[in-house]
Ligand binder design. Structure first.
Ligand code: ZN
Length: 309
């Protein structure tokens, strides 16, 4: 049975989730969403309570007269969860809305707004953050890196204002009149995220065949390209942070070679960038050892392409 849309139409915003939409659509029609769903159940229409339940999603698509592509943003990409967050308030004409935008970093490029603060702030006076966002979309999101993934969190830690240089941050603050420090260090954050997900870099610094001193020196070299030696820069601390992760990943690769088993990099989820199989991504780890290797590899490749739930 096809449901009649509610009388007052409500536009769905790009990436908006069903919880956000159902509340807004119900409010514009003067009833809580729970009441509408109870009414439907009383008419014998199945609406499961789980937010992601297919029937529920379908019911709200019909109640809003929405296209079938509404509420289809992925919940997981390459093993990382796609989390809900507040959408750009200018994209939503001031209506608070929540959704999943895996291709977006921390900036709405259309409105030049920083999304990760409350209130969201204008970035027109700090073009470097807009450029950084373009790099995020072209080089990171395109490879499945999410705005809150480990790579981005590590990169933010590396772009700490103390490491970038307090004077430099102060200069940016004065020039742009922006007080949100995370926005001021976004250019360095994106550079570090690109560095720690670069296949060439990762392959070298986590390769058990290379000497530890050489691997560490490579990290130092790359870090100093991003953090020039300002007087108060403490780039050696950044090297330490990345070195710590590199050592652990090297250990995983060493064990993987030793046991002939896939590297299990569930926590960092970085080894996928150098093409090392990680069965955790496809939840196939338990199957390991029971299937011939060629089949395992093929199966993983399929699961990693997003066909797994
Ligand atoms: Zn916007």
């Amino acid at each position: 049975m096809r449901l009649q849309p509610l009388p007052v139409p409500t536009r769905v915003y790009g990436g908006e989730g069903i919880v956000s939409y159902s509340h807004r659509h119900a409010a514009r029609n003067h009833s809580p969403p729970g009441e509408i769903e109870t009414g439907l159940r009383e008419r014998g229409i199945r609406v499961r309570k789980a937010h992601s339940a297919a029937e529920r999603v379908d019911v709200w698509r019909q109640l809003g007269n929405l296209h079938t592509s509404a509420f289809t943003a992925p919940t997981k990409i390459d093993g990382d969860p796609v989390t809900d967050r507040r959408l750009c308030l200018q994209c939503t004409q001031g209506n608070p809305a929540i959704g999943r935008l895996p291709r977006v970093g921390l900036v709405c490029l259309r409105h030049k707004r920083w999304l990760a603060s409350s209130p969201q702030i204008d970035l027109c006076a700090f073009v470097a953050a807009l450029t950084a966002e373009r790099h995020f979309r072209n080089h990171l999101a395109a490879r499945g890196v999410l705005f809150d993934s480990f790579a981005m969190e590590l990169a933010r830690a590396c772009a700490n204002p103390v490491f970038v240089g307090v004077e430099e941050i102060e200069r940016r603050r004065q020039q742009s009149d922006i007080e949100t420090v995370d926005a001021l260090i976004y250019p360095e954050q994106i550079k570090f995220a690109r560095m720690v997900t670069s296949p060439t870099f990762l392959e070298y610094v986590t390769n058990p065949a290379h000497l530890a001193d050489d691997r560490r020196a490579r990290i130092t070299r790359e870090v100093t390209k991003i953090l020039p030696a300002w007087d108060d820069s403490e780039s050696w601390r950044v090297t330490e942070r990345i070195w710590d992760v590199a050592r652990r990943l090297t250990q995983l690769r060493r064990e993987s070679l030793l046991w002939g088993a896939p590297a299990r990099d569930a926590y960092y989820n970085l080894l996928r960038f150098i093409g090392l199989p990680d069965f955790v991504i496809g939840d196939d780890w338990d199957d390991y050892g029971t299937t011939p290797s060629t089949c395992r590899r093929t199966h993983h490749a399929v699961a990693g392409n997003g066909s797994s739930p």
